[in-house]
Design a protein around this ligand. Sequence first.
Ligand SMILES: O=C(O)CCC(=O)C(=O)O
Ligand SMILES: [Fe+2]
Length: 325
Amino acid sequence: MTVTTPPLVDMDFFEENGYLVIENVYSDTEIANVVDEYMELLDRLAEGWVAEGQLQSTYAELPFPQRLARILSETGGNFQPFDISLPSRGVTAETPVHNGPAVFELLTSPRLLDIVEHFVGQEVLSNPIQHVRIKPPEHLLPADIDNSMMKSSAWHQDQGVALPEVDNTEMLTVWIAVTDATLENSCLWVVPSSHRGDLITHCPGNAARSTLAIPESLVPDTAIPLPVAAGSIIVLHRRTMHSALANTSDGVRWSFDCRFQPVGQPTGRAEYPAFVARSASDPDSVLTDWQEWKRLWEQARADVAASPNENRVFNRWDGSHEVCA
Ligand SMILES: O=C(O)CCC(=O)C(=O)O
Ligand SMILES: [Fe+2]
């Protein structure tokens, strides 16, 4: 498919509902370039892990869903080398992160930024809170892997999983479908209009769920699934409650999520690189070179590794609220 006509951005719908699905944002070529980039990455990682004795085989003969599941299983769920941001904790000089050209093209696509401008204005900053989620069939992964990059995502608001310093940042989440997202394979679910309420209490991880989550008792029963085709995006307000179920299909469910905001507002991850994606007032400030983007992440990694602070907090929740008991 080629994408030509400008997408319709229904701001009234977004203001009412706190989310918007926009189809055909990316061409088949843009999506294929990302897939190719990750296939090369997977080959490279698998060869390295075999050489180091961490993996029995590169499993190059297996279809992608089985291959990825096998490799993640054997390496104890080593997903970080695929992610497009550094983790919030435990960063060393060797922590891997993937900042490649095809991913950069997705994040800086003019067609995407034309859409983002409706929400953020003409001075657009790419926020460094960004992830890839590549979810193999869940039954092929070990039960002890509990990570929303590979498995289900608990109910949350993106504002709730960030520090209070972003409460007044007009941060927009953009969720990008690389594969079709379906009811079976872990499409996104949202609670329409939840952005018009307050920030909801999130509870820190416990035995049942290691990640921060809104307890089920606080999730309205009005949630709806948002199945979308590859190349579509879903935009979310920072207070829209969302989640994703397990991938019960036989295929891989693959998405990126990134965030944009007006230039000049706090990102919540000051030590990680934000960049100007578009600027009417200062076009020279726009980052256009993926190698510079990669270099910024490498510099951030070196800086954080050189002054580790394992006591740093990344959210505001201490679990003392009674709903967390
Ligand atoms: O795709 C998922 O499983 C969760 C995505 C998410 O939480 C986000 O885009 O902010
Ligand atoms: Fe989220």
